[in-house]
Design a protein around this ligand. Structure first.
Ligand code: ZN
Ligand code: ZN
Length: 412
């Protein structure tokens, strides 16, 4: 976070982060350290200003969503129409939306497993195109985040082909609250958006990769992933500096472990997770023929580990017998307060292209070390995602749970 700062794909911090990753892996004693090129699409935020014109003029704490287009020069003005969910937006009568800005006002629920994110993140991704189909001129959403601070939460959105591309921004939770109070009181709200967001063309980034070489099963890979990029507003400490720290520290331990790993443990710091997943796709394209026996991704901040989710592989043509080994791993983790949940693990966004498809039709098996996400979405994708927020003790706890998994999987 200090060496590269904000590091959105293709921005000034991106090559600094790649250089930091290479140097850190070398210093930790990893082997085969390299940067594998990834072409990324660059998005530039530019200057932005969102303000209420009436009933009480003032500036709102707001941030464009990643991938949004900007407003025309001079900005956009319009009345605000509020809906409580994406479903309500889809059902909105076009005459209520036409020529107006739409405000999608659904609050994200706080939860240990972060499930409130899955419930609300489609609003961030899809509202602009739904509103465009209704004839709206712009979209504001309540931040997808659980805090009560004035920090807006950015994050990726995307446009559907064939409908106009509307500028889209998130307002902080307190800003959403005041908009909601006025509208509930029957007051007409007018807002003005001026967003300088624009496409910045293509740039070169890289996945940073290093290994702890296996012994007699070196051609079998246990993949540990995190992402090197971050959103532009903060410094990417919880998302995903923490995950990078977890997988790098695990690798540092494994490089000194006795007995050494039999399988190769490969650490991948992925490029461009936040704004396109180009790094994940490039990795899968280059490496899908290699024998990946297990993948684990750390992308949930600095929270303590509280659960282990393992795949039920009994009905699948499984290239290894790792599935029969979960029980002893779960026993290792139980004294740390980590419960074993035989629920289907997700693996995470960066492992998706490997998890979803391999040549034999069976994806790379994944395991989830579930981290406590109660506080994660207070900081996620905000200017407040900085190193000062990191709790080293809980981060270390999560690291040890991942270490136990990775070491056991590499030895089996
Ligand atoms: Zn992340
Ligand atoms: Zn993120």
């Amino acid at each position: 976070t200090d060496a590269a700062g904000p590091r959105l794909a293709g921005a000034a911090g991106d090559p600094l982060a790649v250089a930091w990753g290479l140097g850190t892996m070398q210093a930790l004693g990893l082997t085969s350290v390299r940067a594998e090129p990834v072409t990324v699409r660059v998005w530039v935020r530019g200057e932005e200003r969102v303000e209420v014109l009436s009933p009480v003029p003032h500036r709102l704490a707001a941030a464009a969503l990643g991938g949004s287009v900007g407003t025309p020069p001079g900005g956009l003005e319009g009345a605000l129409v509020r809906v409580a969910s994406l479903e309500e937006l889809r059902a909105l009568a076009p005459e209520r939306a036409r020529g107006r800005s739409v405000f999608v006002d659904q609050r994200m629920a706080r939860a240990q497993d972060g499930h409130g994110y899955g419930e609300t993140v489609p609003i961030r991704g899809q509202s602009a195109s739904v509103a465009a189909g209704l004839g709206a001129i712009a979209v504001l959403i309540r931040s997808v985040g659980t805090d009560q601070t004035r920090f807006p939460h950015t994050g990726a959105m995307r446009y559907v082909e064939g409908v106009p591309q509307l500028p889209a921004a998130a307002v902080s939770n307190p800003a959403a609250d005041v908009l909601a109070r006025w509208i509930e009181a029957g007051q007409a709200v007018r807002v003005r958006l001026e967003l300088g967001a624009h496409d910045g063309g293509q740039a070169q980034s890289a996945n940073v990769i290093g290994e702890v070489s296996g012994t007699d099963r070196a051609d079998e890979i246990v993949l540990l992933g995190a992402h090197l990029d971050s959103w532009d507003l903060g410094r990417g400490a919880v998302d995903d500096g923490a995950g990078c720290a977890i997988v790098l520290e695990v690798a540092r331990w494994l490089a000194q472990a006795e007995p050494p790993p039999r399988r190769t443990v490969r650490v991948v710091l992925f490029a461009n997770e936040e704004n396109g997943l180009a790094g994940a796709r490039a990795y899968a394209a280059a490496h899908r023929e290699e024998r990946h026996v297990l993948g684990l991704e750390a992308d949930f901040g600095d929270g303590r580990a509280w659960a282990l989710r393992t795949p039920d592989l009994t009905e699948r043509a499984e290239p290894s017998s790792i599935s029969s080994r979960w029980d002893p791993i779960a026993r290792l983790l139980a004294p740390m307060g980590v419960v074993w949940q035989p629920e289907e693990p997700h693996g995470g966004a960066d492992l998706g292209p490997m998890h979803d498809a391999l040549p034999d039709g069976a994806g790379m098996p994944v395991v989830d070390v579930m981290q406590d996400g109660t506080r994660y979405f207070d900081l996620h994708h905000t200017a407040n995602d900085i190193l000062t927020q990191i709790d080293g003790e809980s981060l270390d706890h999560a690291m040890r749970a991942v270490l136990a998994d990775a070491y056991a999987a590499s030895l089996e």
